[in-house]
Ligand binder design. Structure first.
Ligand code: GUN
Length: 298
């Protein structure tokens, strides 16, 4: 594939992977699938539960609800005060699980202190677990036997699939071992027969490990952790970081885990914002449609 070149000379420039455009295309496909399901008498519905008023969570929930509307998915918002007791939250999840008109249940994280997140996530019916966080879905992913897959890793794979046909034998380094991104994306890449190294805060010589990678997935939540000298010429770099920082002049902006301005020798990089983030929401809606479709078949 031809590489872009800088205007100042012959130095190749890394391609920016346009997550917004890819997410738009996915949303259009999802909207068509929703129309199709409606002809079969099913309107896909997503229940979004937000406990407390974490500002970032408010923004994410607002975006999810807005995109549902665009795709024709019914969304049901359940906004509960921060003081909500765990039992009350579990009772709401039980009601949503039992409601045949609800196909997806999403509990926005983080939950307030005092609520046991793992108990709450385990309560969501696996077939409605559009986040893919329930142990049944985690187990299915690690055994490669279907189920609902977490949205950010799914979005990362779609971005990578736009560049890579065959993962067999590729060296992939995942930075970060979270349950939401690092571990599940490693599972998806293993299924495609990549050689996957999962690294974390205790990994020794991380720059040296990263430099061997054909693909880097940076999901450490550490702004500009991945520097130019960590990245091999021609590597593909997926930046999952979204950290809000305040500049000297008091302006806030979102920065990723990669020093993108140092990565022009890479083959392709995802921008922040506009890379992985939009794909996560697009995959959430696709998971909701999958859950609705699966409910038709019992
Ligand atoms: N908070 C941050 N990321 C996520 C996510 O992927 N799902 C949910 N439910 N909450 C989050």
């Amino acid at each position: 594939m031809a590489r872009a070149r800088s205007s100042s000379g012959d130095r190749p420039m890394a391609q920016r992977i346009d997550g917004r455009a890819m997410a738009r295309a996915m949303l259009d496909e999802t909207a068509q699938a929703v129309e199709q399901l409606k002809t079969q008498g099913v309107t896909p519905a997503l229940a979004v539960v937000l406990v407390g008023s974490d500002p970032a969570s408010e923004v994410y929930v607002g975006r999810k609800v807005a995109q549902c509307a665009r795709a024709g998915i019914r969304s049901l918002e359940h906004r509960l005060p921060a003081e909500t007791g765990q039992d009350e939250l579990l009772a709401l999840i039980d009601r949503l699980n039992a409601d045949p008109a609800v196909h997806g249940v999403l509990i926005q994280l983080p939950l307030p202190r005092g609520i046991d997140a793992s108990l709450v996530l385990d309560r969501v019916a696996p077939g409605k677990d559009v986040d893919g966080f329930h142990p049944v879905n985690v187990g299915r992913l690690s055994s490669g036997t279907g189920g609902l897959v977490p949205c950010t890793p799914l979005g990362i794979m779609k971005l990578l699939d736009s560049l890579i046909d065959d993962y067999r034998g590729l060296d992939v380094v995942v930075i970060g071992k979270s349950n939401i991104v690092g571990k599940p994306v490693a599972m998806l890449l293993l299924e495609r027969e990549a050689t996957v190294t999962v690294t974390h805060i205790e990994t020794r010589n991380l720059p040296d490990v990263a430099r061997k990678a054909d693909v880097i997935v940076a999901a450490a939540g550490a702004p500009h952790l991945v520097r130019g000298y960590w990245v091999k010429e021609g590597a593909v770099v997926i930046d999952v970081g979204i950290t809000r920082v305040t500049d000297h002049d008091g302006q806030t902006r979102i920065v990723g885990d990669c020093a993108t301005h140092e990565l022009e020798h890479a083959r392709a990089v995802t921008p922040v914002p506009g890379g992985v983030g939009p794909m996560t929401i697009a995959c959430l809606l696709a998971n909701t449609v999958k859950a609705a479709r699966d409910s038709l078949h019992g």
